[in-house]
Design a binder for this molecule. Structure first.
Ligand code: GLU
Length: 309
């Protein structure tokens, strides 16, 4: 049983979700992931939630445009929308309970200090070297005077295995990762896990750039008494140079594409073709895609987007 819950709601019937950060417009790669998240949820009889991950990097007007773009493609999500900025007190409660149980510690390291610290033998590259893990109370007192602390999880494993529908079993590093940054912002890894657990999300479909985050998140879920979700990390969309698609690659958002006379329905068709679920030029709707959806037949390689034909 999830033991660290906040005070809120929540409907815990099984759900899938899409969780964009409102830091700019969604590009065709993000939209493709969103379509897949909806199809995975629908095909497995789950509710579909939309979560706005607005704890930082928020750009004015971006949330509204993202929601409008998703709706224009035909996506439908359950109400209410989950907005992370409304849930800060829940994350604080979880951190306070983990702390009361001795599962966290204060960390005063700067990024530079972490990079420069000799790492423990066998520790994975980039893992937190443990500098502040065992400080005495008087050492902590002294450091608090120089810098606000981040809060880290006291991890008791070095790796964790998750199951992914497309990648099979995936084992990745787990270190004493940050739960609250030293500016007071709840960390992404904490917020995602708490939100998924509290809203019934037991299926996570997202870009495969986040596959390496899954072991940490799944491990934290177990530490909170919740079961890790089923994962499907879907291939990214790349530009013709093989780099991750970005705004500078030209017309990649619905608004840019509309300026070149490619409307939302054309974009859905392009996405469907890229997924092997429609033939070139064929008109489709999400209902049609729902009927055709078969996770086993999804492409495993990135989609190279060279612009709308
Ligand atoms: N908000 C994250 C992003 O936009 C996704 C988080 C997730 O799906 O777990 O990259």
């Amino acid at each position: 049983m999830y033991a660290y819950g906040g005070t809120v709601v929540l409907d815990v019937t099984p759900a899938g979700r899409f969780a964009p950060s409102p830091s700019g417009d969604l590009h065709i790669g993000n939209l493709r992931t969103a379509v897949l998240a909806q199809l995975f949820a629908d095909a497995s009889g789950r509710r579909f939630l939309l979560r706005v991950e607005d704890l930082d990097r928020v750009r004015e007007g971006s949330e509204q445009r993202q929601l409008a773009d998703l709706a224009a493609l035909g996506l439908r999500w359950a109400q209410p929308l989950v907005r992370q900025s409304d849930r800060r007190s829940v994350y604080e409660t979880v951190i306070a309970r983990l702390t009361a149980d001795g599962h966290t510690f204060e960390c005063f390291c700067t990024r530079r200090e972490i990079l420069d610290a000799p790492s423990a033998p066998h520790a994975p590259q980039g893992a937190y070297p443990g500098t502040c893990r065992d400080l005495t109370e008087s050492e902590r007192e002294e450091r608090r005077r120089t810098r606000p602390a981040a809060i880290r999880l006291r991890a008791d494993v070095a790796e964790f295995t998750v199951h992914d529908v497309l990648h099979g079993d995936f084992t990745g590093d787990v270190d004493d990762f940050v739960l609250r940054r030293n500016d007071g912002t709840p960390a992404y890894n904490l917020a995602v896990v708490v939100d998924d657990a509290e809203t019934g999300v037991d299926q996570v479909v997202r870009g495969d750039d986040l596959l390496t985050s899954a072991p940490r998140q799944a491990y934290l879920a177990t530490r909170l008494g919740s079961s890790p979700p089923e994962y499907a990390h879907v291939p990214m969309v790349l530009n013709t140079a093989g780099a991750r698609l970005a705004k500078r690659d030209g017309a990649v958002t619905l608004a840019d594409l509309a300026d070149t006379d490619v409307d939302a329905s054309d974009v859905l068709s392009l996405i469907a073709v890229s997924l092997g679920m429609a033939s070139a030029g064929e008109r489709v709707t999400l209902d049609v895609l729902r009927d055709r959806f078969d996770p086993a037949r999804l492409p495993r390689d990135p989609w190279i987007f060279a612009g709308a034909p």
